[in-house]
Design a protein around this ligand. Structure first.
Ligand code: PRP
Ligand code: URA
Length: 209
């Protein structure tokens, strides 16, 4: 594994992952827990955001401080399940724009298929957090990255909740410098491309489909 893989280590992350992994967790609790875990993941994943100096006055005296640089970062959701992560991220960073890449994984070939793209016109000038809870074969993350690079985006981190060793290796073969932030690194993929032990199909569990 490379230096560009950052695994969240925190008792609350383990606790919340246990709720997400439990097959008996209902959709409503799955959604709220995913948002809570996204706040913990945002702490390391957002650590490289650029600040700009700013003069303010506290009730007691003037001070120089700093705020998020302009333009604000862009949170890019790989639909559908990415919305679960991005919803939580945007609660912490409401200044961020939100973009959507519609990708689904063909169940037979496991290859990602692109069906929708919506991004801000100036995305190339923004810091981007590309988000998808599951990094399985890596196909969706790689296609998402290829699209962003074609758009001219230079500053990207990838955030997920559950990663497989195979997915991390595939993404880093394609994009060796991409920082990957994950809440955990699981054991392996099964023959159908599902992460073991994993949490099942993230999109289905978020949306109850
Ligand atoms: C899931 C998941 C990722 C992708 C990961 O999406 O949310 O996008 O699979 O697999 P990969 O690393 O092998 O590409 P899915 O295709 O099920 O779509 P959904 O989010 O709409 O459910
Ligand atoms: N997509 C998911 O939602 N879960 C997996 O385990 C693999 C791909």
């Amino acid at each position: 594994m490379t230096n560009n893989l950052h695994i969240l280590e925190h008792p609350l992350a383990t606790h919340k992952l246990a709720i997400l992994r439990d097959k008996d967790t209902p959709s409503a609790l799955f959604r709220t827990t995913l948002a809570e875990l996204s706040w913990l993941l945002a702490y390391p994943a957002f650590a490289a955001l650029t600040l700009t100096p700013r003069q303010i006055e506290t009730p007691l005296e003037p001070m120089m401080t700093a705020s998020l640089a302009d333009p604000a970062p862009c949170l890019v959701s790989i639909l559908r399940a990415g919305n679960g992560l991005v919803d939580g991220f945007s609660q912490l960073c409401p200044e961020a724009s939100i973009a959507h890449l519609g990708l689904y994984r063909d169940e037979d070939t496991l290859q990602p298929v692109s069906y929708y793209t919506s991004v801000p016109h100036d995305i190339a000038t923004r810091q981007v957090i590309l988000a998808d809870p599951m990094l399985a074969t890596g196909g969706s993350a790689i296609l998402g990255m290829q699209k962003l690079v074609e758009m001219g985006v230079k500053d990207i981190v990838f955030a997920c909740l559950v990663a497989s060793p195979e997915g991390v290796a595939a993404v880093h073969d394609a994009f060796p410098d991409l920082p990957i932030f994950t809440a955990c690194l699981d054991r392996e993929l099964n023959e159908k491309g599902y992460i073991l032990p994993g949490l099942g199909d993230a999109g289905d569990r978020i949306y109850g489909t």
